[in-house]
Design a protein. Structure first.
Length: 205
């Protein structure tokens, strides 16, 4: 039996039609960084998909560890397959922080970490502590409908980081990439030195 709503097939012979969004998450690519400076996810390269196959793309950051003290991670996007990472972005950035010694605890908006049509990298986590072998950064970034040629591209992220000052840092950021061209590449880099860790890319229909 089939179920059709407003001309769209929802069920075909009792099964959900392939064109109906289900919210299912699909692992697309896992990259394990080892003494890396920049890691890129480029559509069509090394089995990476970053097109209209999925409406939402999720980047998971797992145990991202800088080799140097007091360095920050940042990211950018590209519309030319990674040839240039220089897209204009407008973002908001807030941070909650609390020290191991309970001596620091605050929630603040960070004007030094937001962008107003900036084409440079967006800060992911600041002042990462690399000197401690157990220090790391974890979290996720969501990129919405990057293949649209009608709308700007929104993204949000939520990360937890151990800072240079032995603080627990939680950063929330949202914004948009101000282009109606399809976004087809993402890059994560560290301010100096190299880093290790795992990044997983998922697609959600």
């Amino acid at each position: 039996m089939g179920v059709i709503s407003n001309g769209t097939t929802l069920l075909d012979a009792g099964a959900i039609d392939s064109g109906v969004p289900t919210g299912a998450t699909t692992l697309i690519k896992t990259i394990t960084a080892n003494n890396a400076n920049v890691i890129q996810f480029v559509h069509g390269s090394s089995n990476v998909v970053l097109d209209n196959t999925y409406s939402i793309y999720v980047f998971k950051f797992i145990n991202i560890h800088a080799d140097n003290d007091d360095v920050g991670f940042s990211f950018n996007f590209s519309i030319d397959g990674g040839g240039n990472y220089n897209l204009a972005k407008t973002t908001t950035n807030t941070r909650a922080v609390h020290g191991e010694d309970a001596g620091e605890g605050n929630l603040n908006y960070r004007t030094n970490a937001d962008l107003a049509q900036g084409t440079g990298n967006q800060v992911l986590g600041e002042s990462c502590k690399g000197g401690n072998n157990d220090a790391n950064l974890c979290g996720e970034l969501l990129l919405y409908n990057p293949s649209s040629t009608t709308f700007v591209k929104h993204f949000t992220y939520n990360i937890s980081n151990m800072t240079q000052g032995d603080d627990a840092e939680n950063v929330l950021c949202g914004g948009y990439i101000n282009t109606t061209s399809a976004v087809n590449a993402f890059a994560l880099t560290v301010g100096s030195g190299s880093w290790d860790g795992i990044i997983k890319l998922y697609g959600i229909k």
